[in-house]
Design a protein around this ligand. Structure first.
Ligand code: SAM
Length: 219
């Protein structure tokens, strides 16, 4: 039984290792392809690009994690586990190509907002929303999720990294309304124990509900 759970953790961990490796590779490719240094907004490379092409959108700083999409089965499970309904406002923090927010609108009639630091992802997500016919119910913002106001959310979805979930935890607990549901693909929230953990197609989905009075050790 213990061996089974270790094997499961290793499978889930493949995602994060891939993210790490892909992260290094993609960051380098991004730099090579666009000749843009995805770093802080005051980097000289960013300023040079912005000056030479004012239309170009440059990430304000390097993403904390690279883009790796959640497979459809896990997206569907996240929406099921959070019991997303048409009166929900779903926020995906680090929204990539927008698939979670778009699925929430398409399948469940919810409204949604995706936040991603990478303007390329935001553009892609907007195009995908258009194609899916849900542009009237979803929006995508280029923003650092750690700076974003997502307090109107009734459901928050995450596919980040373990350390990012833990770093984000105080903001989630302080700023979200009690009763807000949170689902995370692959990664837990440290000492904040989930109410449910579900496996789907080798992926793990965690589920929490924001409590009325979060314990001090989680803040
Ligand atoms: C692993 S992908 C997940 C994409 C999508 N949520 C999904 O599950 O298919 C993480 C995304 O977070 C974005 N990201 C990384 N750091 C961020 C930050 N500080 N603020 C906003 N987005 C960020 C990346 O650009 C990437 O698109």
């Amino acid at each position: 039984m213990q061996l089974k759970s270790i094997v499961r953790s290793l499978i889930a961990g493949v995602g994060i290792v891939s993210i790490g490796i892909a992260g290094c590779t993609q960051a380098r490719n991004f730099e090579a392809n666009s000749q843009t240094q995805p770093s802080t907004s005051d980097s000289s490379a960013d300023q040079a690009q912005a000056a030479s092409n004012p239309e170009a959108q440059v990430p304000t700083r390097s993403p904390d994690v690279v883009y790796v999409p959640t497979p459809t089965a896990a997206v569907n499970e996240m929406l099921r586990l959070a019991d997303v309904k048409s009166n929900d406002v779903v926020y995906d923090l680090g929204s990539g190509d927008g698939r979670i927010v778009i699925a929430a609108a398409q399948q469940r009639g919810a409204r949604g907002t995706g936040i991603d630091i990478d303007p390329q992802r935001v553009q892609e997500a907007n195009e995908n929303a258009q194609k899916a016919g849900v542009s009237d119910r979803v929006q995508f913002r280029q923003q650092d999720l750690f700076q974003a106001d997502f307090s109107e959310a009734t459901v928050v979805t995450l596919y980040l990294l373990p350390a990012l979930n833990v770093k984000l935890r105080p903001k989630l607990l302080r700023e979200l309304k009690p009763g807000t549901r949170i689902v995370s693909h692959a990664f837990d929230m440290g000492d904040w124990k989930p109410e449910q953990v579900v496996e789907v197609d080798g992926r793990t989905v965690y589920y929490w509900v924001v409590p009325e009075n979060p314990p001090a050790n989680l803040l």
